[in-house]
Design a protein around this ligand. Sequence first.
Ligand SMILES: *Cc1c(COP(=O)(O)O)cnc(C)c1O
Length: 386
Amino acid sequence: MPTYTRQSVAFKAGEGCWLIDEDGNRYLDALSGISVCNIGHANPHIGKEISQQASQLLHTSNLYRIPLQEKLASRLCTMSGLDTVFFCNSGAEANEAAIKICRKSANDRGMDDALIVVMRGSFHGRTMATLSATGNEKVQQGFAPLLQGFHHIPYNDLEALEALTTGSLNIIAVMLEPVQGEGGVVVPDKGYLQSVRKLCSEQDWLMVVDEVQTGMCRTGQWFACQHEQVVPDVMTIAKSLGNGVPIGACLANAEAGEVLSAGTHGSTFGGNPLSARAALAVIEYMSSNDIAKKATRLGERIRADFERNLGEVKEVRDIRNLGLMIGIQLDRDCADLVGLALDRKLLINVTAGNVIRLLPPLIMNDEELNLIVQTVSDLIKEYLKE
Ligand SMILES: *Cc1c(COP(=O)(O)O)cnc(C)c1O
């Protein structure tokens, strides 16, 4: 179905930060399959682990114990400070689980018509519940009736949230991204997440953090909310958890983790031996290679380099990053840059109309970083001239 406007190029192999097309041309990947292949294409460690698992055991269903899943859950809990995990296969599904926790929790407390506060400019997925939570009308257009129970407020606006404490709304939770990805790499003010945490605790609202794009070292910490020492009640991850093997997870603290009792939720594939083995291999690789620190260091460098190259260009409105989640905002729409970059064998993305979004592999070297900065800077300058 024509759900994507695709570029016509097709890749047959990958190698670290590089993709090789059917004619043997090499492309530098500054997008990582939208922050999925964070530790590079055809990572040998991951390849070895999943091929071993594939010839041993792929799937048994969640009707039986899955030791690899238990081990993965235990690792994720240690990394996040949370206590329980539900496994699924995508970001949208992880958010569905989070939304079900919120609703069930409200029901358990005897609240009718409880609302989940969500943010304008957010993105939480394409299923009916997650597109209803999403703060972007383009995503919702044509799919009415939307799911009820979401209340949208401006992002990074603490007063808008505080105003709800005295209103008449029945609130059960606040759900937000620690950096808005699809919304244009919007990095909130320092202290915002911590204030949201504090308010949620005071009001007995669940704090749900969608780390689907920001998680797994992308921003320089395992999870972006850790930049502010925030532990949410519920956290969702997916994208880079399996470095390309589909797996998602909804993490929760002990209290929120008890809400979905036996029979209230499920997933056939979720956390099967193959995807659990892949995610364990990703975590192992990231810890033993100090990938989070690397993302921080490279993020600082790439931002400084872009500022040096583009700081004087008046049409460049803003250059922002958290780790290796980078946004360059222009004063005009610039979707055409994606195709122009492709002509130069560079993969980039444009989101929110006028934000060039870069999500390069966290394992890139200095030379690859330089090539990204040079090519993107040149492209922007030429594009603005025309
Ligand atoms: C990509 C994304 C999702 C949806 O993930 P899928 O795996 O495509 O369902 C949800 N939330 C955020 C923040 C995302 O970036």
